[in-house]
Design a binder for this molecule. Sequence first.
Ligand SMILES: NC(=O)c1ccc[n+]([C@@H]2O[C@H](COP(=O)([O-])OP(=O)(O)OC[C@H]3O[C@@H](n4cnc5c(N)ncnc54)[C@H](OP(=O)(O)O)[C@@H]3O)[C@@H](O)[C@H]2O)c1
Length: 328
Amino acid sequence: MREIRYDRFGGPEVLTLHTDAPTPDPEAEEVLVEVSFVGLNPLDYKIRDGSSGRSKGLELPAGTGREMAGVVIGAGSGLDAAELGSRGLTPGTRVFGMRGPEDARGVAAEVIAISADDLAPIPGEIPDEDLARWAGLSLVGLTAIATVQDTARISEGESVLVHGGTGGVGQLLIPMALEDGASSVLATGRAANAERIRELGATPIAYDTTDWAEEVQRLTDGHGVDVVLDTHYHSTFLPSLDQLAPGGRIVALPSLADLSPALERGVEARIPAIVPGRDRLDQLAQGIRAGRYPLEVSEVLPLAEIAQAHRRLEEGHTRGKLVLDVRG
Ligand SMILES: NC(=O)c1ccc[n+]([C@@H]2O[C@H](COP(=O)([O-])OP(=O)(O)OC[C@H]3O[C@@H](n4cnc5c(N)ncnc54)[C@H](OP(=O)(O)O)[C@@H]3O)[C@@H](O)[C@H]2O)c1
């Protein structure tokens, strides 16, 4: 089968398409999935170039990619027909999901073995044309839930600023913050993305054509915001501390973000951690199905063009999701 692997840490060129990889054997409690699409995330290139905490101890050669959508084609021991049926994962079912944080294997392959707990069925009425979006849903979706519900714990009437409102995570942070009762959401992005930010329910602030910090002050009558959700971090984290209302808090998304400048000022600052599992995948499925989470796929590239896709990701301006088409 076809599979992407790399045998050393480095640039996108280390990603290699193998056409003779062995089909994996599912272990106990694992399901065999024929992959249709793979969702890409900044984490993929951070692991690949060796800069992620997850690169440490990773055995090379390694596979790449964390999330996907595909079709169940088999299962390991411990998952008989009755058990698969009770989980809604019988062979032929379309599924989406992501590898749990402790599972270092990739998903950019024609067939993968993956824990049944890390999968959920895609509702039957979803057309196959929409599967790319489901492939890109689980990692950003579980991140957005962890950010809004577990970490920021947004409550009724709070004002929120999202940095990177049209990125993969940002497109879910805006509707989830509003769903949890935020009174208003401001979101930064390039001017070209302002209309999309408005569609998602937030007030756009164009960081490339205005001074975004001044705009926050103007739009909040000088009060600042209660919560900052910072998906960008690099140039936004420090100046955001001056945009917080008294008692405000900040959540930075990159796992290696340095929170000390906030903590030294007595500002509550945290980094979210994904909680994997079926309950939250089902929560995401319901949100997509009901039209509450209009996550966008901006580009679908063939599996063989994964290096090009990583280059795009590294530019840092992805709108919604970049997805790989794995089908033959
Ligand atoms: N802690 C965790 O468990 C966890 C989980 C998932 C992701 N993450 C991290 O979260 C971050 C975001 O992930 P993602 O998937 O949303 O990335 P992404 O899809 O690549 O989106 C990047 C976003 O950053 C915006 N951006 C770029 N420069 C900016 C600037 N100067 N000011 C404001 N926004 C700017 C872009 O908007 P424009 O195009 O408009 O510039 C785009 O919306 C990554 O660092 C990722 O590794 C952490």
